[in-house]
Write a protein that binds this ligand. Structure first.
Ligand code: NAD
Ligand code: UDP
Ligand code: UDP
Length: 329
């Protein structure tokens, strides 16, 4: 059986990738240091003989015995409040973590796919965003720790491709959601759903006119798989092009939850919060024959069901707890 190494496997996207590749007949080596992820996300895999877990901070070198076919490099904080809370780790994992994973790919002659982001476009002046757009990033603003680390990651990946001939892929992920997001990670979907479940009003930042485009996790994973299996080394956008304002989105969540008693409350807009974001997915369609299939109504329903199923204390948790209960070491 061929082996796939996944960094960030205890995170939201990484854990879904593990499930997908296991069901496609691969063995998984999952790596994580639990800085923003949770053992809960991979607890169902702990007795699976095709799943091996290594607790490791990938900003330090990682040596693995035996062959590796593919590396999926997904380790990195992804939520704005996470990367503002741990800015140096965010830069280190994007820079040193990526360097180590490219070194590992080179040593193993493995194909590596790195997780980039729509944040490389910053607060975009072009709309929708095509892969050819170079972006509008504030290099010293609070979000720069994430944006610039991801831009550096892309540059380093292309350098390993061009200079060392490493087989590389770059996915630019746009806002993705689904079960296993952390309820308290501050991103808009867990934030709104948590508020609804606690019976609180929804916190819209700014006047809510800023837009986002939300992709359901199953669509995202399918896009990533197809990109990995393609022969295209340049960046590819994977996301859902259906754009919605955050205010309209808050109203959608209120409707879904049937909490007519709750309202929208307005809070200050965080610095450098992108005003519009929507992927141009023409390249993914042409190259991979991929486009999203899951409509927001369906995806949000599944996500809400997941949050409702969590133990009640999760709702009031402000920080991740001790994870040791979940994992057999
Ligand atoms: P997440 O926070 O749920 O998962 C990230 C995982 O990486 C966590 O389990 C965390 O513990 C782990 N990690 C972080 N630093 C590490 C280190 N130094 N060593 C080992 N493990 C480490 O976030 P996510 O939403 O699953 O995002 C995964 C990847 O996808 C990230 O690279 C992110 O930048 C990218 N991405 C996600 C989105 C999205 O909407 N979810 C959008 C754009 C890009
Ligand atoms: N590396 C690793 N595991 C390996 C091979 C390399 O973690 O199996 C790390 C190595 O420590 C280095 C980085 O990956 O920091 C880049 O490796 P490369 O071989 O490109 O080394 P460089 O040319 O940068 O010294
Ligand atoms: N947002 C909001 N209320 C919240 C959390 C986020 O209005 O409680 C807004 C945020 O300002 C941004 C959008 O929702 O405009 C998406 O935020 P998120 O943190 O999910 O991801 P981003 O796309 O900004 O990385």
């Amino acid at each position: 059986m061929e082996r796939v190494l996944i960094t960030g496997v205890a995170g939201f996207i990484g854990s879904h990738l593990a499930d997908y590749f296991l069901s496609s007949g691969f063995k998984i080596i999952g790596v994580d240091n639990f800085i923003t992820g949770s053992p809960r996300n991979i607890a169902h895999l702990q007795y699976n003989p095709d799943f091996e877990f290594i607790e490791h901070d990938i900003t330090r070198p990682l040596y693995i015995e035996g062959a590796i076919k593919y590396i999926l490099h997904f380790a990195s904080p992804a939520s704005p409040i996470d990367y503002l809370k741990i800015p140096i780790q965010t830069m280190k994992v994007g820079a040193m973590g990526t360097h180590n994973m490219l070194g590992l790919a080179k040593a193993k002659n493995a194909r590596i796919l790195v997780a980039s982001t729509s944040e490389v476009y910053g607060d975009p002046l072009e709309h929708p965003q095509k892969e050819t757009y170079w972006g509008n990033v504030n290099p010293v603003g609070p979000r720069s720790v994430y944006d610039e680390a991801k831009r550096y990651q892309e540059a380093l990946t292309m350098a390993y491709h061009r200079f060392h001939g490493v087989d590389t892929r770059i996915v630019r992920i746009f806002n993705t959601y689904g079960p296993r997001m952390r309820l308290n990670d501050g991103r808009v979907i867990p934030a709104f759903m948590g508020q609804v479940l606690r019976g609180e009003n929804l916190s819209v930042f700014g006047d809510g006119s800023q837009t986002r485009s939300f992709c359901y996790i199953d669509d995202q994973v399918e896009g990533i798989y197809r990109l990995l299996m393609s022969d295209y080394p340049e960046p590819v956008n994977i996301g859902n092009p259906e754009e919605i304002s955050i205010k309209a989105f808050a109203e959608e969540i209120l409707q879904l939850s049937e909490r007519k008693d709750l309202k929208i409350e307005y809070h200050p807009l965080p610095q450098d919060d992108p005003k519009r974001r929507c992927p141009d997915i023409g390249l993914a369609k042409k190259l991979l024959g991929w486009e999203p299939r899951v409509h927001r109504t369906e995806g949000l329903k599944k996500t809400f069901e997941y949050f409702k199923s969590l133990p009640a204390e999760e709702l009031y948790k402000t920080e991740p707890k001790d994870f040791s209960d979940y994992i057999k070491r």
